[in-house]
Design a protein around this ligand. Structure first.
Ligand SMILES: CC(C)(COP(=O)(O)OP(=O)(O)OC[C@H]1O[C@@H](n2cnc3c(N)ncnc32)[C@H](O)[C@@H]1OP(=O)(O)O)[C@@H](O)C(=O)NCCC(=O)NCCS
Length: 280
């Protein structure tokens, strides 16, 4: 294998506009009097339908505009859409409704030309929104496009966490993510499950990814599983049971195929290998 750390890129020419846009959004979010639904709709209108950004209220009610156009404009306001978690009986409206406009902004931004694959702007926007959606988020949070949540408010995230494209973080029962965790493309982390007899019989269980965990591409972690520190779940694996510290679990159901060579000698705690070896 070749050591290939990410390289740094120079700032794109539009970076002053990015900074201006993010700064204004950050100020609005920090102001407790901001109506988040209006902020979401105004932000999306400026990005996607600039000709209607200043006159949204009259445009959505203008019968001269085609119904489809009025519908598209109306949908910029999260009060005009329903999100799947709102149908769940265990959705706590007092917590979900304040984050809903920010989730809608996150998802909708990802479907615009300015969003989508635009890494620099997207990472900064999502880092900003995460502070107001998640229960907790640490330093340097990095999320790529098309990440989805259930509630958003039931998610705890440590420092230096990277969530890659098209990941599902189902935080219905709660997800706790430690520091330096990576969740790769198309992975699914669940925290709820359904009875095999009656799908309406739902069990929520907190799913935990400890420090240094890596969930690799297309893997699935089922509700209530604890992936212990530095554990790894291989590509396309389904983790149905806990993963021990430093173990690499692969397959369906995921089973340990190796212990990372940098594991502490006692194999059970999560001391950095160097310290554990000194003690040994
Ligand atoms: C988990 C992973 C890193 C294991 O790599 P590894 O430690 O080099 O393991 P090996 O390739 O020696 O495989 C050990 C055994 O497990 C099997 N195996 C490895 N990965 C597997 C997987 N994802 N699913 C099923 N079996 C797998 C191998 O076929 C081998 O089986 P064998 O002993 O019968 O021949 C790797 O398989 C993987 O899934 N990589 C995903 C890519 C990645 O690194 N993503 C990170 C992005 S951030």
């Amino acid at each position: 294998m070749t050591y290939l750390p990410l390289r740094s890129l120079s700032q794109p020419p539009d970076s002053p506009v990015m900074a201006e846009w993010l700064g204004a959004l950050g100020d609005a979010l920090a102001d407790p009097s901001t109506d988040r639904s209006v902020l979401c709709r105004r932000t999306l209108a400026e990005l996607a339908y600039p000709e209607y950004a200043a006159n949204w209220e009259t445009a959505v009610a203008d019968p001269k505009l085609p119904a489809g156009t009025r519908l598209a404009l109306a949908a910029l306001d999260p009060r005009n859409v329903t999100l799947e978690p709102e149908y769940y009986s265990d959705c706590d409206d007092a917590r979900f409704q304040p984050v809903k406009p920010l989730l809608w902004l996150w998802y909708s931004f990802d479907r615009t030309p300015v969003g989508g694959q635009n890494v620099e702007l997207g990472v900064h926007l999502r880092r900003l929104l995460a502070q107001y959606i998640f229960k907790r988020v640490g330093e340097n949070f990095k999320a790529f496009q098309h990440v989805e949540f259930s509630f958003g408010y039931n998610l705890e995230v440590g420092d230096n966490v990277v969530i890659h494209r098209h990941v599902l973080l189902d935080d219905r029962g709660g997800i706790v993510i430690g520091n330096n965790v990576s969740v790769s493309d198309y992975a699914n982390i669940y925290s709820h499950t359904h009875s095999i007899i009656d799908a309406r019989d739902v069990t929520n269980a907190v799913t935990v990814l400890d420090d240094g965990v890596r969930i690799t591409y297309h893997a699935t972690v089922l509700a209530g599983v604890h992936v212990h520190c530095q554990g790894m779940v291989g590509a396309v694996a389904v983790a149905t049971k806990d993963v021990r510290p430093y173990h690499v679990n692969v397959g369906i159901p995921a089973k340990s195929v190796r212990i990372k060579p940098n594991a502490p000698l006692d194999g059970e705690d999560c001391l950095p290998a160097s310290r554990a070896r000194q003690q040994g």
